[in-house]
Design a protein around this ligand. Sequence first.
Ligand SMILES: Nc1ncnc2c1ncn2[C@@H]1O[C@H](COP(=O)(O)OP(=O)(O)OP(=O)(O)O)[C@@H](O)[C@H]1O
Ligand SMILES: [Mg+2]
Length: 426
Amino acid sequence: MPSLDLTLYTPHPKQLEVHDDTHRFKVLNWGRRTGKSTLAANYVLIAATQVIGRYWIVAPTYKQAKNIYWLDIIHNQIPKELISKKNEQELTIQLINGSVIELKGADNEDSLRGAGIKGLVLDEYAFMKPNVWELILRPMLADSKGWAIFISTPNGFNHFYQIADNAQSTLPEYKDWWYSHATTFDNPHIDDEEIDQIKAEVSEDQFAQEYMAEFRKMAGLVYKDFDRAIHVISPTQLPDMDMYTRGFGIDFGFTNPTAIVFVAIDYDQNWYVYDEVYKPGMKTEETAQAIKDKMGGKLFTYRIGDSAQPQEIANIATHGVIIEPVIKQKDAISSGIRLINDMLKTQEGTGKPKLFITENCKNLIYEFETYHYPEDKGDKNASEDPVKENDHALDALRYLRLKLYYGNPNMRINKPRNMLEKRRRK
Ligand SMILES: Nc1ncnc2c1ncn2[C@@H]1O[C@H](COP(=O)(O)OP(=O)(O)OP(=O)(O)O)[C@@H](O)[C@H]1O
Ligand SMILES: [Mg+2]
C-alpha cells in the first residue's frame, strides 16, 4: 500500500486507555455522551488498517447502526482516502488495504452470520438480547481468535451488569478480560455545566445510571423484587426433582420468539424453573420436537398455553404434544403478575422466595429484569398493564401460574373459608 499520512481522531484520556489496553475482551461501562460510539468506530478503523480482515460494529438495531454509524460517525470520521468501496444497503465499508468494516443490527439475527471476524464492537450491549453474544457472536471469533469490546451505558442489573462484573473478576477464567468505567464528565468535549444542568432536570436514579454509569434498578419494573442474588441458582443447586410435579408454560410466537419454561414444583409449592426454549421463527413441528426433547420422557402434569391461540394448540396436538389452554379471567395480566410477585418475595421463616430460576434460563432472567410499566404520564387512569415487550417467557410462566392457582382444585382452599362455607350451606 502506498504510504498515506493521515491523522485520525484524538482520543480523550479514557478513550486512550482503551487503545492502550491489550486484553482480548474489554467491557466499557460508560455513561451517555462519553464518547462510546466515536471510540468504537475509530478503534475498529485503526484495527482494520493494521490487520487485514473483517470487523463488525453491532448496534442494538439495524436502524441504529445506520443512523449512528453510517450516516454520522463513519461518514465524518473515516478519511475518504482510506475507503475503496461502500455499500449502503449492506452497510459495509471496504478499505483500500482490503479490510472490511460491517455495521450490523443485533435485532436481525439472520444477518449476524459470518466466520473469521477479526474483531467486533457491541455498542449499547445492555440493550441487546443477552443470547446474541453467547450463541451467535462468540462462536464466530473462535477460528480467528478475534477480539470483542462491549460498550454500554447500564440498563439495570441485566446481562451487561453480569459481563461487567465478570470482567472485574480476578478468577483465572477472566484473565483475558478488562473493565473500564467512565462518566459523561470524562468527555472533555461535553461541557460540565451542561451536564450539571441535566442533573437538575432528571431523577437521581436516572442521572446515576445514565451519566455516571452506575448500575441501578430500572425504573417502573414490574418485578421489582427480582434479584439475581436471591432467585437465580446454579443448576448444581437444584434439589433432587424426581418426585416433584412438573409443568411447562408456552407462549407461541413467530416473529416474536416462542417461549417455553419448564418447571418442577415441590411439596411446599417451591417452583424451580430449570430450563427454557426461546426462539423466533419456530414452526409447529420444531416446537413440538423441542418440547419432547426437553420433557425427556418425564411426566408433565401441567402443559399450559395461551387460550388466545387455540389454532396453535390444535396444530401442535397433531404432533403429539397436548397443551391445555389457560383459563384467563378479565384481569389475567395483573392477577398473574401479582401471583408471581408473591412468589418472588422472601418468606418469613425461611428467608427464601418461592421461585427459583437456574442461570441457564437467560431469557427469562432478562425479561424479569426488563419488563416494565409505561412511563408515568401523571394520568391516574393510565393503563395498569406493562409495556408489551420482553414478556414472552414471563407470559409462559404466568399461564402456568394462573392455571395452578385457579385451575387446580387443591388450590381452591386458598379462597376465604367463609366464602366456601356459605356456598356449601346452600
Ligand atoms: N475524542 C473525541 N474528540 C472529539 N470529540 C469527541 C471525541 N469523543 C467524543 N466526541 C464527541 O462527544 C460527543 C459524544 O460522542 P459519542 O456519540 O461518541 O458518545 P456516546 O457515548 O456514544 O453517546 P450516546 O450515549 O449518545 O450514544 C459527540 O459530539 C462526539 O463528536
Ligand atoms: Mg453512542
